[in-house]
Design a protein. Sequence first.
Length: 449
Amino acid sequence: MSNQSNFINNFKYKDYKLLSSRFFFNSHNSLKLKKKSLYFIIFKNIINLIITTSKIFFNFFINKFNSNLYDKTRYFEKRNLIISHYDCQKNTDYIFGSLFDEDYNKKSVSQYITHLDNELKSSKISPNFFKTNLLSQIKIILDLFIISFRVLYKDEYKNIFDDQNLSKYLSLSYMEYDSYCNLLIFEVLKKNINFYSFENIITTFEGHPWEILIFFYLNKKKLNSYAYLHTFLKKNSPYLNLPYNFQPGEILTVGKEMNNIISSELNLLNHKLKIIGSKKNNPHRIYENIKINKSLKNILLIPEAIDDEVDIFLKFIDSYKFSNLNIKIKLHPFYSYSDKIKIYDKYITKLNLEEIVKNVDIVIYRGTSTIFELIHNNLIFFYLSYGKGTTRDPLFYYNDKFIIDLDNIESFLKTLENLPKNQNLINEVNLLRKKIFNYYEPFNRYNLP
């Protein structure tokens, strides 16, 4: 057992603030991190302390007079606390949407972690968190500053990782603004949970540090916790390596396939899993086998709203732009245009997906859950592998044949050329499509807590 696994398995609640860093949950065995001197780490942490402190003051005074999205005086009337994300355009819950009926909403209050704005292509921490008492916020960043030194000098902390160099990067991670936000979110949620005595706490299951902090705390307090896995369990999810006391009491899923995966990957008992379905369920879709009787020239690329991920797809375009393929890329709504993307304008499509797929033969994807919806169409799909294999593939549980290596252009072109004649491969893609065709099942309100 590694030092990290041993430390997590024997984790004490007094150290809960250590959980605020994303770096804490990763072994980083595959990363080659440059060695840094202690003096550099200390200097960098001091600079980040100053930067984050200035952000604290700025956010506090900017958001102090903003109106709340909810009336906290009504918290006492509520049974459920729903921790989710807010969709600014639709004025609704981004994760749960319209899943809850009026009666359920009357018993619940939503506390939004982020505000998502498609129009402005932004995702921001809810301003309500920055209204927290200023001294409390200063205390949070000072606590993290102290922790950044403990992991460097205190034996029980500096040996969390087998590689001492990683401890330096762990120290740096606590002074990142992201870690501050994670701990701030947790402290505010913890305060509300204690003060208002909610019966059930329902949130997401995406692997954010603030989530893990919430589950860890609720298990300690023996309170009911529920997590909705609204898409898929990622291959690098921290939950795959965390013991029971860091997991939610019950996991709510979108369908049977995800239930089976969680049951096998997390080794949970069946009563810990319930299917509540998804708003993405489409009962009008009818499964049809793909029949290929033409050359495959029309390709759609669907990246996530992450610069590094978009860059990978742009490299794909660069690699194939002299071929006879008709390539289009559909950028994520949250992705902001930049100068580097302008030279690819002729490849960018702004049509909605339903219109685009009418003239598409092949979909190439990476970490997007959109693939579960596109699977309803008569399309062949390939995962674009680059650098770290299939770690971002939502279909990695099933997909071992439809993978493109960005560094092997000729192989993909040859596959496309032979695909219409390769009935075995067509049969494979039809089997895979059929298996996950009803991945999103109808909503079942009776399985809500």
